[in-house]
Each structure stands twice: as C-alpha cells, then as structure tokens.
Design a protein around this ligand. Sequence first.
Ligand code: ZN
Length: 398
Amino acid sequence: MSTDVSADPAVLNLQTYLRIRSVHPNVNYDECLAYLRGQAQQLGLSVQEYTIVPKKPILVMTWTGSDPALPSILLNSHMDVVPVFEKSWKHPPFAAEIEDGVVYGRGAQDMKSVAVQYIEAVRRLKQTGFKPKRTIHLSFVPDEEVGGRQGMGEFVKSEHFRALNVGFSLDEGLASASSEYLVYNAERSIWHISITCPGKSGHGSLLLPDNCGEKVRYIIDKFMDLRQESKKKMEDNPELTAGDVTSVNLTILSGGIQNNVVPEKFVASFDLRLALSVNHQEFENMIKKWCSEAGPGVTYDFDQKDAFVAATPLDNGNPYWLAFKATTDELKLPVKICTFPGGTDSRYIRELNIPALGFTPIINTEPGLHQHNESLKLDVFMRGIQIYEKIIPALANV
Ligand code: ZN
C-alpha cells in the first residue's frame, strides 16, 4: 500500500455497512434500511420503500435527471449476505476489521462493497456539480442469496418497477483473479430436477425384476456422461469459462430403509445450469427419453426450471454498452465479457428485455464470495469508486 486509506470516509462507510448482520436465514432488513435512509439523506436523494412481499423490503434512492422522461439507469445491489462458519474466520465476519490494507467481512465482495461504491461515486459526482441527463435509481433489494424470487423477482412484476422506467441496469459480477475486469452480459438457466425411479420392493437376497437400483444407475450414467462432455469442452478450449458450458451435478440421492430390503424407489436430484446454446425443449425431450429408456414408471419433476433468457446484446445497437465500453477504454481497463456461472438478479431485468450488465470492479483478487475470510483490498475498493465516477455519468448521459 502506497497510502493508508483505512481512515477514508468511504472505507468507514463500507465498514458500517459490513457490520450490519443482514445474514441468512431469516434476514431482518431493518438495520440496512436505516443505514440506507441515512445515506440517501446525506446525498440529498429521495427515497421510496416498497414491501411487495412481507419482510422483504426494497429501497430505491433516486437522483432525478434533467430529462426525466428518458429511460433511467438502475444501479442495483442486494442487501443480504450468505451465512458464515464463524469459527473458520481469522477476523470476525461482521466486525469489518482491517489488516494490512485489507478489510475482512461477509459481503466485502458480494456485494456490499459495490453498493457503497455506487453511493460514494454519487457523493463525489454531486460534489463536483454533475447533473445527470437521465434519472439514476439506486435499488437495494432483499433475498438475492436465496434466489431473489421474493426480492427482485417480484419487484420487476410491480407497478413500482414499471414507474422507474428503467432503460439499463448495472448489478454485481464477480471478482477477477487477474488484471482483467469481468463483465457479464448473460446467465445460464437454472434447472433443478428430481428423477423418481420406482421398482419392485423385496428381499435383499433376491434378483427381483423391475429394480429401482438398475433404473437409477441408468439415469445417473446419462447425466454423468453429459457432465464429462462439458468437462471435456472446457479442457479442450482454455478460452471457455464456467458460464459457457452446461454444468451437471448430482446433488441428492434418496431412498432405502434397511440394508436387506430392496426399496420401492430411489430419487436422484440434479443441479443443471443450461448454457445459452442449449435448446430447452430438446434438452427436456432428451431427459424424457432417458426416463423411458431407464425402465417402467420412471418420472421427472422440476423444483426449479428457469426459462431461457437472452443475453444482453453488446453491439452498436446498445448505446448503453457503447457508453460503458468507451469509458473502460478511456480508463484503459482491460475487460473480458463472460456468461455468469451462477444466478443474479440481472436475469429478472433481462427477462423484461431491459439490457443489464453484471460488473464488480474487483481485480487481482481471488474470488472469495461465500467463502471463509471474504475480504477486499482497500486500494481495489477505492479504485472501484473512481471507475463508477466515470461510468455512471457516461450511462446517465447516453
Ligand atoms: Zn451477490
């Protein structure tokens, strides 16, 4: 560290937010709301709060543009964080302690840092007298870490969201281990599927027909073959990242009561993330075929089945992208475009055909989200504020 930034007001502000325990399960968002109301007041921004689902509040700060009829810019972040295994942390996860220029805390990368970067960039822009052409909304949503269906998922269906007239959205990406900034313009579709393999129950000493073990073996083989194909694609092409291929994981196997009794069924559950190139109908037909090949009575059902959501186009027809790219070029930031490997709230925005990018301005940092000792270098954090100080006006003046 060349200079000590640990006493910078932006860092103190980040620490304050990291100390709020908005952690799953059963998050109480009251403290977040109080903190954010205070921030909005300091910034001189108006605040709206919406409770579409009880106990799942959404707070929106608004900086009205000089041409408020134009579609607005949304800067979204989620308030919640994932649980911790407190004993495995070298610093308490909700103390925001700083050691050697690094702040430790749950949410340091995912994504309270980004929320505070938005806030600090707006603070600096206001101080310089900047006036946006388009209205800028900062939204703070609940429950992203449990899928977002009761947070952004419900919000986008509401009158309140329509009234924001969003033309473009920025949300979280991932920290980059290299010096390249990662920009996400798409997400895979999540399918959680359970396959039920029934069969004839009976004594464990007999080779009875219609066996549930044989059926579940067939199903697991098929899915694991598909898994191999995806692994091979990634090995064969080092350019590919996790979001570019379909991922397949066997996550739950259930059935059976006693070791000398053949059970009446096994159920195998798989977590699938469908690459953008996958035709959903063909993929489901393939699973249907496997079930009929596996034997009589084998059925499947979905715990989650995301629809196909098209990528945000990054071409000359997307003026927001051109503004974003012109800014990163001007700042000489190397950028790599990727498909997000997991799920974020951006998918709900893209489903409405609103362009959305995932961007977390963290480089040269091992991604530590959801891990023990989640942390962020303060100089990287401060640099991120400068980046938003350029990107936000560029987007607002499209
Ligand atoms: Zn996140």
